[in-house]
Design a protein around this ligand. Sequence first.
Ligand code: ZN
Ligand code: ZN
Ligand code: ZN
Ligand code: ZN
Ligand code: ZN
Length: 355
Amino acid sequence: MEDAKSNTAAVDAAAAATQAARDATEARDEAQRQYDEAKASGTEEEIAELKAKEQKARQKKLALYGAAGVLALLIMLFATHVICFHKWQDATCTVPETCSVCGRTRGEALGHEWKEATCTSPKTCDRCEETEGEALGHKVEKWETTKKATCTEKGQQEGTCARCGKKQTRETKMKDHSFGDWAVTKEASCTKEGVRTRVCQSCGKEETETIKKTDHTPGDWVVVQEPSVTSLGSVNAGVRTRSCTACGTELEREEFTIELTMGQKNAMAKAASYLSFQSFSYSGLVEQLEFEGFSHEDAVFAVDHCGADWNEQAALKAQSYLDFMSFSRQGLIDQLVFEGFSYEQAEYGVSAVGY
Ligand SMILES: [Zn+2]
Ligand SMILES: [Zn+2]
Ligand SMILES: [Zn+2]
Ligand SMILES: [Zn+2]
Ligand SMILES: [Zn+2]
């Protein structure tokens, strides 16, 4: 602002100087005119006087034009800050003395005037109050317990700051509960979680925890579906499972197969060939195979797996008797029972052929 005012004053002065120069021009022109007139009609004295007057006016005009030019130049220099009447602003901690008009600086920034950190305030500049780092915090070298912590309440300690002498208090952590042994309140099984409990001996707080389920107890394999043996002696896999003996949950299920022994294979082939041209009761076929020399076990195995329908066998046998002999219904039943059929099979067979 100050600067703008002085500029305005300079502009005014330049305008005045210019006007004065213009006036001086007019004055010189008038002197010239008078001098020219005198040259034509005046005396020598008059001419000399007017010439001198004209020369003086010319000099004044030149001087005033010169002054106006200098002023104009000065205005230009101020406006572009080539010339500045600096207005210095005081240096701060971080900035040197600076001209508010042209921005030029002088000297160095002052640098902070640090005051050391204390227990409660960080390192601070006395001049600008800038801070650095953290407060030191109080430094208590020896704490005295004024209240002991329990498992339900925090404790308290007191001490004095070695640096500033201020009295300090602090809380101490609660103690852990002092639990007794776990007692099982509900046994775990392989299907249900159990529960156990323990009690703090100082405050009586009870804590419970679940007990993991126990493992299942696998029992023996149980056959759900026997492997089947075709009358030709090939084996189709069976199925067996294993369950927990405690809860009955099925734990494993798998297919399994059996290997036929040489005796079983041959007994089966023999049984099949008998059945292809003759009818038998279960026990009749077993006896026939034993008669052929097979062991009782192989014979039973072969008959178990021969695929025969014993009711149908009874019917075939009944028909074969009737083909060469006459029977009463009962006589035929008795004959079939004698052949090893059960009474029910015999009745079925007899009914099947028309009795
Ligand atoms: Zn300046
Ligand atoms: Zn500072
Ligand atoms: Zn302190
Ligand atoms: Zn407790
Ligand atoms: Zn179980």
